[in-house]
Design a protein around this ligand. Structure first.
Ligand code: TEU
Ligand code: CA
Length: 558
């Protein structure tokens, strides 16, 4: 593999609205991020991905962009952004922005022009279709956030536009060269400003099939999952190659794709040496237990499934590419609440998940608050929830016959707002130290026990464990092995212990994590020479046989 500047980096995702508020309006902002750069540097991260901060009506929290060239005043100004890029650079850090180009906002100038003249230049930027039957003669696709993908074009009785996400997110027509040129121009404009690169949103959706038609309905609403349509779309790689050649490649910038539902035979094209992107997220664990019916039908993720998913994805890219490894992001519940057994969300378990993720092959992406072990919120009312996806899923629960209480329980478990409550800086129960004003989204009461201030003082904290893991990864002696070394599984998923060796010519490291609350014994192919970090130092080793306490985890030289 060709070595690249991003291979040995550790990344961190910031959800700006909830990270840190510098001016007391209850909304996180760019100046807030600047104030916390030293904290992030101290943790050991190099790359910061900012969820969208462009001008937006915030219907989907910024994933609905109305101006790709400006910063939403709620987050700051272009001067703030330039300052952030410069301050990051001073600290050898890189900023990634979020490229949301499957769709824009219905408040973008392009869409406004399209409404004025659907047959003109800007009408062709979108997918606008005529319907004489109130939309019933258009494909029966269900949008990701519920309801039909078709919405009446404002002011017309017989024209509809396509939105695979929310109706305030009209899909851009990527078949139109002018649209693609606009996108490339914008990416280059930002890269020229000194960005490190982009995270690329929902990218598989940009390619639609040549022929559009109905699919068998999969719910009582008569519609079908959008995945049917995506499965028939061929050739997304043509667009992605063009985009890379015109933008990321000449800038030598980092790009990480949010790739769901890629065709298996295509996956390697995404991240091989000359792939469409530098990296893509490994969502192998996040999709476990999901069902097409809705959240109410989603199951648990068991240890064997978790381990199996990681082994598979690590194995599939071994010498061909770099995945970006996550436990959670802004679309997921908190990983520690989701993957640790109910009632077992302890520091031991949190550190175990940290170790097995951060030391895998690929680029670790830590989501804000993950480094202090932030947990799901105990939502007691839908009033506390803002996210459009959760509001839709609540309705899906009710339609499926669940009681309001049961529906709330399902939503509390899976809501994206679990990840979006304000970052917990202090124990202050009203603000968590996130703002001096009223937080835009209620603070998780667990901030009294889980917050940055306390964890910085406690050398046994989850924060310090993450910091140590990153230090080991970056140790100049070991770096080559942790970055480029092989990933060799040591257990079978059924053993419910994740154990792997990272190996190069110079070193071999063993990483183990017992994913259960029972004692477990495993056999590995190397003898432990030195424990580098453990979440419980009392490690029972007999030659190559290792006995682990519940959730015990360590990193060792073997
Ligand atoms: O996500 C794309 C996507 O497919 C997920 O939203 C998924 O459908 C969802 O997590 C299920 O709960 C990206 C962004 O990450 C997300 O925040 C945006 O809402 C979405 O695109 C639209 O831009
Ligand atoms: Ca603010």
């Amino acid at each position: 593999m060709k070595k690249k500047w991003w291979h040995d980096k550790v990344a961190y995702q910031i959800y700006p609205k909830s990270f840190y508020d510098s001016n007391g309006d209850g909304i996180g902002d760019i100046q807030g991020i600047i104030r916390k750069l030293d904290y992030l540097k101290g943790l050991g991260v190099d790359i910061l991905w900012l969820s969208p901060i462009f001008c937006s009506p915030l219907a989907d929290q910024g994933y609905d962009i109305s101006d790709y060239y400006n910063i939403d005043p709620r987050f700051g100004t272009m001067e703030d952004m330039d300052e952030l890029i410069a301050e990051a650079k001073k600290r050898d850090m890189y900023i990634l922005m979020d490229l949301v180009v499957n769709h824009c906002s219905d408040e973008h100038q392009w869409f406004k022009e399209a409404i004025k003249n659907p047959d003109g230049k800007y009408g062709k930027y979108f997918y606008i279709r005529d319907s004489k039957e109130g939309g019933k003669d258009l494909p029966n696709w269900r949008s990701y956030f519920g309801g039909s993908v078709w919405e009446k074009l404002p002011g017309y009785e017989d024209k509809y536009y396509l939105h695979v996400f929310h109706k305030k997110q009209p899909d851009l027509n990527w078949e139109n060269t002018e649209v693609r040129e606009e996108v490339y121009k914008n990416i280059n404009w930002w890269l020229d400003k000194g960005l490190g690169g982009f995270r690329i949103d929902a990218i598989i959706n940009i390619k639609k099939p040549e022929v559009w038609h109905d699919y068998p309905a999969d719910r009582a609403d008569g519609m079908c999952s959008i995945q049917n349509m995506l499965a028939e779309a061929e050739g997304v790689g043509v667009f992605l190659t063009e985009m890379k050649d015109r933008t990321f490649k000449p800038h030598d910038s980092f790009s990480v794709g949010e790739v769901f539902d890629a065709k298996p035979e295509e996956v390697l094209n995404f991240i091989s040496d000359d792939g469409y992107f530098s990296s893509m997220f490994d969502f192998g664990t996040t999709i476990i237990g999901r069902s097409g019916k809705g959240w109410y039908d989603w199951g648990e993720c068991k240890p064997n499934q978790y381990i199996n998913a990681i082994y598979n994805s690590q194995n599939s890219v071994q010498d061909t590419g770099f995945l970006s490894n996550i436990i959670e992001n802004h679309d997921e519940p908190r990983g520690v609440s989701h993957y640790l057994p109910e009632g077992k969300c302890t520091d031991m378990g949190k550190k175990m998940l940290a170790a097995i993720t951060v030391m895998s092959r690929g680029i670790p992406f830590i989501y804000q608050g993950q480094e202090i072990g932030m947990e799901n919120m105990e939502f007691t009312s839908m009033e506390q929830i803002d996210d459009i996806s959760t509001i839709d899923e609540y309705q899906v629960c009710l339609d499926a016959g669940l009681s309001k209480e049961a529906a709330l329980k399902v939503c509390a478990k899976f809501s994206r707002d679990n990840a979006r409550t304000p970052m917990q800086w202090t124990e202050d129960i009203k603000t968590a130290g996130f703002t001096t004003g009223k937080p835009w989204l209620e603070v998780n009461q667990k901030c009294t026990r889980i917050n940055v201030e306390q964890e910085l003082k406690d050398d046994q904290s989850v924060f310090h464990f993450y910091q140590e893991l990153i230090k080991i990864r970056k140790n100049p002696e070991y770096k080559e092995t942790f970055v480029y070394g092989d990933f060799i599984p040591q257990t079978k998923p059924e053993e419910e212990v994740m154990a792997y060796i990272r190996k190069s010519e110079d070193y071999a490291f063993l990483v183990v994590g017992n994913m259960t609350d029972e004692e477990k014994t495993i056999n590995v192919s190397g003898e432990v020479k030195e424990i580098l970090l453990a979440n419980d130092n009392e490690v029972k080793i007999d030659g190559t046989e290792i006995t682990l306490k519940p959730f015990q985890s360590f990193v060792a030289r073997v």
